[in-house]
Design a protein around this ligand. Sequence first.
Ligand SMILES: C[S@@+](CC[C@H](N)C(=O)[O-])C[C@H]1O[C@@H](n2cnc3c(N)ncnc32)[C@H](O)[C@@H]1O
Length: 186
Amino acid sequence: MLVALALCALAAGGDAGRAFAQAAAPRVPDVPYDPTPHNVVAQMLHFAPVRNGDVVFDLGCGDGRIVIAAAKEKGARGVCVDIDPERMREARANAAAAGVLDRIRFLDQDLFATDIGEATLVVLFLWPEVNLKLRPKLWRELRRGTRVVSYVHHMGDWKPQRTMTVQGRLGERQLYLWTIASPQGK
Ligand SMILES: C[S@@+](CC[C@H](N)C(=O)[O-])C[C@H]1O[C@@H](n2cnc3c(N)ncnc32)[C@H](O)[C@@H]1O
């Protein structure tokens, strides 16, 4: 319906039509949805490790399962970021069902436009090229000592501090851990 309206507005011509078409354009995720298996989520909580007091950001959080588990099992707080509104609805509903809605913020937005400075742990299950594109942002915005965990994909020549082999849906996969050692000493 929105697309049809946008096309009509464009056909009508003029700047107003173009502005409407831009505003209505759907945001395309950089990576399609593929949830981390629950068994891997449980291992990730120990691997990171997630502690009471952590602020866990999942950049591209899907149905919110990692942040929800961190809040429910470890008493962490979290921020769930996803560009897909359907995922956000699922994540909110799942957090409510788990009784941790008050411990999690939900940001329906592009992860690249998200302020991540509050994180003590960032979780990623993206694609290798997206991880690489994200590196400067992690380096710029995260405080010294913040941990970054990635499921499946590495960070190019950022040497991980630790790795762990886990059983993914399609076979063995890796968890990677880095700790930010920002020269700004923030
Ligand atoms: C592979 S899934 C991982 C989901 C979740 N982190 C997990 O491990 O179960 C990637 C998620 O990233 C989201 N995503 C992709 N590009 C994004 C972007 N630029 N900003 C925010 N979310 C994005 C997708 O909508 C999808 O839910």
